[in-house]
Design a protein around this ligand. Structure first.
Ligand code: NAG
Ligand code: NAG
Length: 421
């Protein structure tokens, strides 16, 4: 009996702590949006401000203007120390951003007019020597506002319950138009929307570009899927490896605009397996100061550009010369919602880099945030003999890569009450 009482008391106090913890994070997010990233960065610790009912009510109107990008000079210093100043094109672009910032000139270089941005000239002498796709990337480097084809403006507001505004975890999953089966497997398993342990609400969106015109036209199927599930975001730019940074940028813009209250945001692929309950437990276990500045995943440190033109991640020396800052592998990583506004500002100022996860690492570095390595994020998969080992997989947070069938099998497996490890 005594044991049961102690246990209930323990459960009650843990619940109270969690309620306090999550409402504190929620308030922090609201606060930081009003005050801008500079302020947030000066005060990385949690601050509790009472929300006033009026502004909350007016927020329901859903016409949220994207907050202006704000950066102060010191913000980019983290990047200044990492990226050398030299003659390579991207390095020069970045240092001209620094120079403008120092002079107090608006550094936000990306062109907002989608139809005009590709006609800009660039002053690269070795441009003709680059592979065709790389040339294509360079010509679109300033293009950051593709037309929206599918949107879910009410994603983080929908639901009947009173507490429905509180999204604890937002899954943003990079997909492509034709990956119907992958998306459905994710919906039926780890990316399923709903309320998990201790009332934690999870929401999901898939990020799509468009298919090239020579592909079959999937637009009416996608429109149906979007209506049916309410989780597709699509922009009118061609799916390709070198357009993933543009997709990353769209995900940041979308989250800041439509889901600013999410406590944590996941960015990852549609062919990974995520152990959502373990991920949520990890997020719940974080100290508030860490939870508000989290950038975690499988960290790749001391990487340098690959110089073999046949490699899919080829970076010409004339384009970029320097190491990469430590970054979290793009198969799946987590960022605090409280960092998204700052990330939005940084990504509006920092020139696009062709590798999306390196780019994310650069933008977060600019904010002074380094990635935190978590051993249970396995973006490079696990040992062959462990691939089907449910006892090992149950303890991990993310594994790459799995077919829709494997994703379903693993999800069922780790939830099997008869599983004994
Ligand atoms: C993009 O914009 C920057 C700064 O506005 C400019 O220097 C650069 O040449 C542009 N890039 C391209 C490919 O047009
Ligand atoms: C990125 O998308 C744009 C717009 O659809 C397209 O013109 C361009 O070719 C794509 N870039 C690459 C590198 O595929």
């Amino acid at each position: 009996m005594k044991r049961i009482q102690t246990f209930s008391a323990l459960v009650a106090s843990v619940t109270l702590f969690l309620i306090f913890f999550y409402s504190a994070i929620n308030l922090e997010t609201t606060y930081s949006l009003r005050e801008g990233p500079a302020n947030l960065l000066k005060h990385p610790t949690l601050q509790v401000h009472i929300r006033d009912g009026k502004s909350q009510a007016s927020n329901q109107g859903r016409v949220i203007i994207l907050p202006p990008a704000v950066l102060n000079v010191s913000v980019l210093n983290g990047l200044r120390h990492t990226i050398p100043q030299n003659g390579a094109y991207w390095n020069r672009l970045l240092y001209s951003v620094f120079k403008n910032l120092d002079k107090g000139v608006n550094p936000f270089g990306h062109n907002s007019d989608w139809s005009l941005c590709r006609h800009l000239k660039n002053n690269m002498h070795d441009f003709p020597s680059y592979p065709f796709l790389f040339q294509d990337f360079l010509q679109g480097m300033n293009c950051s506002s593709p037309p929206v084809l599918l949107n879910q403006p009410n994603k983080c507001r929908s639901g009947e319950g009173k507490d429905d505004h509180q999204t604890v975890l937002l899954f943003t999953i990079k997909s492509t138009p034709r990956n119907f089966e992958q998306r459905q497997a994710v919906r039926e398993t780890w990316g399923g929307e709903g309320v998990y342990q201790s009332g934690l609400r999870v929401r999901t969106v898939f990020l799509l570009g468009s298919s090239p015109p020579e592909d079959p036209d999937l637009s009416s199927l996608l429109a149906f899927e979007a209506r049916q599930f309410g989780d597709l975001l699509q922009w009118d730019f061609h799916e390709s490896l070198l357009n993933l940074t543009l997709k990353m940028n769209m995900f940041i813009q979308w989250t800041v605009k439509y889901c600013p209250e999410a406590s944590f945001v996941f960015s990852g692929d549609d062919d990974v397996f995520v152990n959502t309950p373990t991920l949520l437990s990890y997020l719940q276990s974080l100290e508030p100061s860490k939870a508000s500045r989290l950038y975690a995943g499988q960290v790749i440190s001391q990487a340098t550009p690959l110089r073999d033109p046949k490699n899919k991640y080829y970076i010409p020396l004339g384009f970029y010369d320097g190491p990469y800052p430590a970054y979290a592998g793009g198969g799946g990583f987590i960022i605090s919602g409280a960092l998204m506004q700052g990330l939005y500002s940084a990504s509006s100022a920092i020139p696009f880099f062709p590798i999306d996860d390196v780019y994310a690492g650069m933008c977060l570095k600019a904010l002074g945030v380094s990635p935190e390595h978590h051993n249970d994020f396995r973006t490079f998969d696990i040992k062959d003999q462990d691939r089907e080992n449910l006892c090992i997989i149950k303890k991990l947070i993310l594994i790459h890569r799995r077919s829709p069938q494997q994703i379903k099998r693993l999800w069922k497996g780790i939830h099997n009450p008869l599983l004994t490890c």
